[in-house]
Design a protein around this ligand. Structure first.
Ligand code: FE2
Length: 295
């Protein structure tokens, strides 16, 4: 079984790299670590590469990098992927400091790169929110059940929660979720939101002040999700893509226990993976539902 250690970075195409880069450096506080042509690499101090921005006709998620568990051998990974009938290949051109990748397409056509784990420190941005790491990415997909099955059976993800039958939360390490799949039957693959982890509640407050100073309005929050129990805010980047800033995400330190680490705000004790009834208990235990997006 292939084991994924963590989420790596997300490649986003955008019609205006400069505008998006300005947001993610000056406001979100990611640091530029490399440039190649129209592509720019952005990093968080503790998570390494977080985003790769590149020019495209429209704003869309183009590739996803996942970091293999430290013990994984890329040759074995390639063999296993091919054993699942995938046309996977080894590549050496997927990014600076990423000399080895095993790449394939997931069932939704998303290009996925599996990179060996290699942590190198990234510079800390001088201003902006400066998140700790890219925490999770949530995709719109036509069939979250089939997508969840694929990521669990092929890449070893585990299901942490569902909201109804349309929103899946998958973990690959103690973090409650590193990937989400949200059903949007009529749509092609899309980005529901990207989420960056902050240190603590005080960092969330500072982040709200930073967004306010830059006249970037919150679209939801602060609140505390039911599924995952993370404190969150959401805002839109210049392409209208939703950016979550979060802290206090549930963790399952002991996978064998099948329970998330106890937290005072859990209503269930122990808190186990579950299917949440759609509604405000699942999305915001502080009671304010997600506002409708402006037309
Ligand atoms: Fe999220």
């Amino acid at each position: 079984m292939i084991r994924i250690g963590r989420i790596g970075h997300l490649t986003l195409e955008t019609p205006d790299v400069g505008r998006k880069l300005d947001h993610f450096t000056r406001v979100v506080g990611l640091s530029v670590t490399d440039r190649s042509g129209d592509a720019v690499w952005l990093a968080c101090p503790n998570g390494g590469p977080a985003l790769l921005l590149r020019q495209g006709a429209a704003a869309r998620p183009a590739r996803l990098s996942l970091r293999l568990a430290p013990s994984a051998d890329p040759a074995d990974v390639l063999r296993e992927l091919r054993g699942h009938g995938l046309s996977a290949e080894r590549r050496s051109d997927t990014g600076p400091d990423l000399p080895d990748a095993v790449t394939f397409s997931d069932p939704n056509g998303l290009e996925v790169d599996l990179h060996p784990e290699e942590r190198s420190p990234s510079p800390r941005a001088a201003g902006g929110v400066v998140p700790e790491k890219l925490g999770h990415v949530a995709f719109f997909v036509p069939d979250p059940q089939a997508t969840t099955r694929f990521y669990c059976e092929v890449l070893g993800f585990r299901v942490s929660d569902w909201i109804g039958d349309f929103f899946a939360f998958l973990r690959c390490n103690p973090d409650h979720h590193s990937l989400n799949f949200f059903r949007r039957p009529d749509a092609e693959l899309g980005l529901h939101h990207m989420a960056f982890e902050l240190r603590d509640w005080n960092h969330v407050k500072e982040a709200c002040d930073t967004l306010g100073r830059h006249r970037v309005p919150l679209t939801w929050g602060p609140g505390r999700h039911g599924a995952g129990h993370n404190i969150y805010t959401y805002h839109d980047d210049p392409d209208g893509q939703s950016v979550e800033l979060f802290t206090e995400l549930d963790r399952m330190s002991d996978e064998a226990s099948g329970c998330f680490d106890p937290r005072p705000w859990h209503l269930d004790n122990p808190q186990r993976p579950m299917v949440w009834e759609p509604g405000v208990d699942a999305t915001n235990s502080w009671g304010i539902p997600k506002p409708p997006r402006p037309a």
